[in-house]
Design a protein around this ligand. Structure first.
Ligand SMILES: [Zn+2]
Length: 370
């Protein structure tokens, strides 16, 4: 597979180069409806007759496009999220050509044969390397109350400090505020409402913000029925942040990686909040004004695939352009400690009502059994 690295948000790094000259199948070749729709999305428009099913209107697929379709449907489409990490149930490669051993639904049997014979690949049940499903030592230590503190101290020491200069703009969104025109409504929530989020706790209030309004809408889980307001905030002095989105340079494997532990922590659901709250409390104690942290919605917003690998190696660690790779798939959010408006670390520059007119989901299909 040839990787095309694009520094642009929302572009799939595994998007394949297309070769127009040699079309082998078309979207109408497939019996599985999901596969047919996915093929229709990536295929090329052409009125040439399909060499397989003779359709003129089906979107045409070259060998590379068929391989891309196979990866999206069978690998991405069978990826299962665990408490920490995620892994596909099926993998595909050329070494398994002629040796496929998956058990698909009857309506997929012929589709798979077509894909195998044109793309020269096979499908097999994938036993993931265990780091992909959270067997990462520093992550296991973070889950143990007795070992957590030592790892948190490493986080504070090994992650870099970022200075955010005075006058930096970011957004904070409120859903159904009582007095939307009142600037103090946009400060951190009062202590009695604190402690429900990823980073705030009953003894540390946190103001969440982002430089991207779309991200704010995702993070607030806002919907069309909500009355939404967005405050534009500006920092009134230089502020010190601990940057948890940084890609750490490390020796050793994924199993020992602190970078992988923190990466998985911020993509995990609410069972992980106890750990992320402990990290930000330590950052506050160490004198930081806040943290820069990766959004839980990073992959949904950028279209990335969780914990992507090539032959079992993490692309986040081994991609030739790893920093650029991880930047492409990371949305950076801000969390400021305490009550930044009350303490005048930030000021409200303006407030707007936000009208949501469109909520969109994009996706692709996968098999139901294998
Ligand atoms: Zn066809």
């Amino acid at each position: 597979m040839q990787l095309q690295v694009l520094g642009k948000r929302g572009i799939n790094m595994t998007e394949l180069q297309t070769d127009n000259s040699n079309m082998l199948l078309c979207s109408n070749c497939f019996e599985d409806e999901g596969l047919r729709i996915d093929a229709d999305k990536i295929g090329h428009e052409s009125l040439d007759e399909c060499p397989n099913c003779k359709s003129k209107i089906g979107k045409k697929l070259s060998k590379d496009l068929i391989r891309g379709l196979a990866w999206r449907f069978f690998v991405s489409g069978t990826t299962i999220r665990c408490n920490y990490g995620a892994a596909p149930v099926i993998q595909t490669n050329e070494h398994h050509y002629g040796k496929s051993n998956i058990c698909p639904s009857p309506w997929l049997e012929n589709d798979i044969k077509l894909i195998e014979d044109t793309a020269r690949i096979g499908f097999f049940h994938y036993g993931p390397r265990l780091w992909m499903v959270g067997e990462v030592e520093p992550l296991k230590d973070l889950q143990s109350e007795s070992k957590r503190e030592a790892i948190i101290q490493r986080v504070i020491q090994e992650y870099p400090e970022r200075s955010i200069p005075r006058g930096t703009k970011f957004y904070r969104l409120r859903v159904n505020p009582k007095r939307p025109a009142e600037p103090m409504e946009y400060d951190s929530p009062p202590v009695e409402f604190s402690g429900n989020g990823r980073l705030d706790s009953s003894d540390l209030s946190v103001m969440y913000g982002s430089q991207d309004i779309d991200v704010c809408i995702h993070e607030c889980r806002a919907s069309i029925n909500d009355d939404i307001y967005v405050a534009t905030l500006k920092t009134s002095q230089d502020l010190r942040f601990l940057d948890l989105t940084h890609v750490l340079e490390e020796d050793g494997t994924e199993f020992e990686s602190l970078d992988m532990a923190i990466h998985m922590l911020f993509l995990a659901k609410s069972h992980s909040y106890e750990i992320s709250r402990a990290i930000v409390k330590a950052a506050e104690k160490a004198g930081f004004d806040g943290v820069i942290y990766p959004s839980f919605f990073s992959l949904v917003i950028t279209g990335g695939h969780p914990f992507e690998t090539s032959y079992g190696l993490s692309l986040r660690r081994y991609h030739p352009e790893r920093e650029r790779y991880s930047d492409t798939y990371t949305i950076k959010n801000l969390a400021l400690f305490g009550f930044p408006l009350r303490s005048e670390l930030v000021k409200v520059a303006s407030i707007n009502r936000l009208v949501i007119t469109h909520v969109g989901y994009q996706g692709h299909f996968g098999p139901v059994e294998y």
